[in-house]
Write a protein that binds this ligand. Structure first.
Ligand code: ADP
Length: 339
């Protein structure tokens, strides 16, 4: 039976953290068992907001690749590649931009939010406005049926679906040239960072996947807890504690969790005790991940091969899609286009 096609991507903006692991990657690793998965390190997307500071984008691609492989994305099972290595992403982006209405793009809530929040960057560019058009191209190039994303990407997914409907309307003559992708929402709570806000690289509050156990503990040790619990003898409220939120994501020992909950509320245990238990769970979860990372790190040739093979495989599928799109749009497809 033909496996369901999945596409997802992450921007090449540097090392990934435990929020990425819980909010996306754990699910991606599961999906590759029974889906036909395409996972792309989207460097063009990274440039759309980081064009003024682009020198490290290549290094960030390698960082993401190593993080992905270390958590268990498997190049034998999934097609893993860098977006810019498959030029059809840029080609389909252009094709879709013919029919992408400016009104839709200006109304995109993420666009408005980022323009307001990232005031240290000039994001009033043609490319940044077109961010969701490139995302639609990424997905449609592989005719992906499902796209695993977090809640924060829902608006972009809806735009992708509207763009494909409009594309089919203009160029399909009633036929579906490209399928409408479905959103596969990853049901994970927001993982907080060490300051209690959403874990995010730009807040400097992240626990990184590649972080050593010592460094992880040094961050956890001083992490913010229930602010009302100032002294060891004060009773705490786990519901107001970001350390507890992380326990709920990574500590699978429900018996221990019940004990911690009670111990916190009665001041039976202190915050350091609670953090030590969390640290132990994270450390044991990270052990195989760090082992895998060390193996890959020793072998840069393998990393290059993975990227080369991934790009080749992705390009085959992308070429097939483009060879349907050219005639639909009234263009002459190159006769020697290799499929
Ligand atoms: P991008 O990789 O596009 O820059 P982000 O770095 O914000 O986007 O994260 C990519 C995905 O990882 C998000 O869509 C979300 O699913 C997940 N993610 C990121 N940070 C967190 C977090 N703190 N908690 C839960 N999930 C997160």
């Amino acid at each position: 039976m033909k496996k369901c096609r999945v596409f997802s991507g992450m921007r090449a903006t540097g090392l990934l953290h435990l929020g990425h692991l819980a909010g996306a990657l754990t699910n991606w690793v599961k999906l590759q068992e029974d889906h036909d998965c395409y996972y792309s390190i989207v460097d063009w997307h990274a440039l759309m907001s980081n064009y003024a500071d682009s020198a490290e984008t290549g290094k960030f691609c390698k960082d993401v690749l190593l993080d992905w492989l270390s958590v268990g994305l498997d190049p034998e099972k999934s097609c893993i590649f860098i977006q810019s290595h498959v030029p059809q992403h840029a080609e389909l982006f252009l094709a879709l931009s013919m029919i992408a209405p400016l009104g839709w793009l200006y109304r995109n809530p993420t666009y408005k939010e980022q323009i307001e929040n990232l005031q240290n960057k000039d994001l009033s560019t043609f490319a940044f406005l077109g961010y969701p058009v490139l995302m639609a191209a990424d997905i449609l190039l592989y005719r992906a049926e499902k796209v695993p994303v977090g809640e924060d990407q829902s608006a972009h997914m809806e735009l992708s679906r509207e763009i494909v409907r409009r594309f089919n309307h203009f160029f399909g003559g009633g036929k579906e040239i490209l399928p409408e992708p479905q959103t596969l929402l990853t049901p994970t709570p927001k993982v907080p960072g060490t300051d209690g806000r959403k874990m995010s690289k730009s807040y400097g509050n992240s626990l990184y996947i590649s972080e050593s156990p010592e460094s992880m503990w040094n961050k956890l040790r001083v992490m913010i807890t229930d602010p009302a619990r100032e002294k060891r003898t004060d009773k705490g409220d786990p519901d107001k504690c970001p350390v507890w939120d992380i326990h709920k994501v990574f500590n699978k020992d429900m018996g221990q969790r019940a004990e911690i909950d009670k111990g916190c509320r009665t001041a039976g245990i202190g915050c350091v005790d609670c953090k030590k238990m969390l640290n132990a769970h994270i450390a044991s979860m990270m052990e195989p991940i760090h082992e895998r990372r060390a193996r890959y790190e020793k072998d840069p040739n393998t990393l290059d091969d993975i990227l080369a093979n991934g790009a080749k495989r992705a390009e085959r599928t992308a070429t097939e899609t483009m060879s349907d799109i050219y005639p639909a749009m009234g263009l002459i497809s190159r006769a020697d286009r290799v499929v």
